[in-house]
Design a protein around this ligand. Structure first.
Ligand SMILES: C[S@@+](CC[C@H](N)C(=O)[O-])C[C@H]1O[C@@H](n2cnc3c(N)ncnc32)[C@H](O)[C@@H]1O
Length: 326
């Protein structure tokens, strides 16, 4: 585990060097923790609900049940941070009222090709039994199997390598962080070609949200869709950076607790971006509760969809949303 973590950190730093990126201390600390959680989470079954460490008995019981190791259970509790179980996937998009299957279908029909990128895809559904409706990369790939590897491509990133091999048309990009997404250009994923960029409980851990949004916007094609969740304390920064990078807010919702805020943006064509903004909003941010990263997947699994909480940006825009969080 220690050797695997050191190797992953080295590969991540190598990627940073290639793109000329230097994370600050907080970002690097968060990435180091993320690498450890990756190595742990890879050993859990998908979608295992791991209780919060605030409830130590339940937490220890669940991790012990999963790992069978008293040592690993206590190390995770005392040192490595909360464990997460990968597998929630499209749940986040459903929460904010975005149907990724419909979006993918529509874009493929209109453009004749589909390029999907997930930041922090974990197992990407490739370890789970197929759901009845496509809800992750694996099941979406099955849905589009005729075009897979020809005009339909699925890409996903992870901080470590989760997969030894994958079907044609599905590509894992290990050792890639949200802020360091521009490395994907050197892997053949060109700027302006991504139709849907999705991240559940992954970009959430990124502390350099500005670099993430710059890189995400560059990868998206005009009209491309970006859906992810963020910590409430980053809401102001996300709002500013999204606007500065031609991303228009389409939907948002407050998923609550450690799921944070879920947002859906659409990349605007250049002409739109030069249009002066309608109404300037001064952003005051609350001193939001600092959320402990690590439990979002499991938390989402516990949520019931609550459409009443979904907002179209036209109905109540992101700036007004910031007011809600004041
Ligand atoms: C809780 S898992 C979620 C996996 C998947 N989205 C799901 O719900 O099953 C966290 C994921 O975030 C990724 N991750 C953690 N920190 C990250 C960062 N700063 N940038 C990009 N990905 C990150 C990890 O590699 C891992 O894939």
């Amino acid at each position: 585990m220690f050797i695997a973590a050191a190797r992953a950190r080295k590969s991540i730093l190598g990627n940073f060097q290639t793109i000329g990126y230097e994370p600050d201390e907080a970002a690097w600390r968060s990435i180091r923790m993320g690498v450890k959680r990756d190595l742990q989470a890879r050993r859990l079954r998908p979608n295992v609900p791991i209780p919060s460490r605030r409830n130590p008995i339940k937490y220890l019981d669940a991790v012990y049940r999963e790992t069978g190791s008293i040592r690993e259970t206590f190390v995770s509790f005392l040192h490595d941070g909360a464990w997460t179980s990968s597998g929630g996937s499209f749940r986040l998009a459903e929460e904010v009222g975005v149907d990724l299957l419909h979006e993918a279908d529509r874009r493929l029909r209109t453009d004749g090709a589909l390029q999907y990128l997930e930041v922090g895809g974990g197992w990407a559904g490739l370890r789970s039994p197929p759901p009845s409706k496509p809800r992750d990369i694996a099941s979406l790939a099955r849905h589009f199997e005729n075009g897979l590897g020809q005009n339909v491509f699925f890409h996903f990133t992870n901080l470590t390598q989760w997969h030894a091999e994958l079907p044609a048309g599905i590509v894992e990009h290990p050792y890639v962080t949200a802020a360091g997404l521009s490395i994907l250009d050197t892997h053949g994923l060109q700027a302006g070609t991504v139709d849907i960029l999705y991240s559940q409980a992954a970009a959430y851990f990124e502390t350099d949200v500005k670099s993430f949004l710059v890189a995400a916007s560059a990868l998206l094609r005009n009209g491309g869709l970006l859906v992810f969740n963020l910590r409430p304390e980053f809401a102001g920064l996300v709002s500013e950076c999204a606007r500065a990078n031609g991303l228009a807010m389409r939907k948002w919702c407050n998923a609550g607790g450690m799921n944070g805020i879920i947002v859906a943006f659409e990349k605007q064509p250049i002409a739109w971006r030069t249009k002066p903004p309608t109404g300037n909003v001064k952003i005051h941010l609350p001193r939001a509760e600092l959320l402990r990263p690590g439990e979002s997947s499991a938390m989402l699994a516990e949520l019931d969809p609550h459409p009443a909480n979904q907002r179209d940006a036209g109905e109540l825009g992101f700036p007004q949303m910031l007011e809600v969080f004041r």
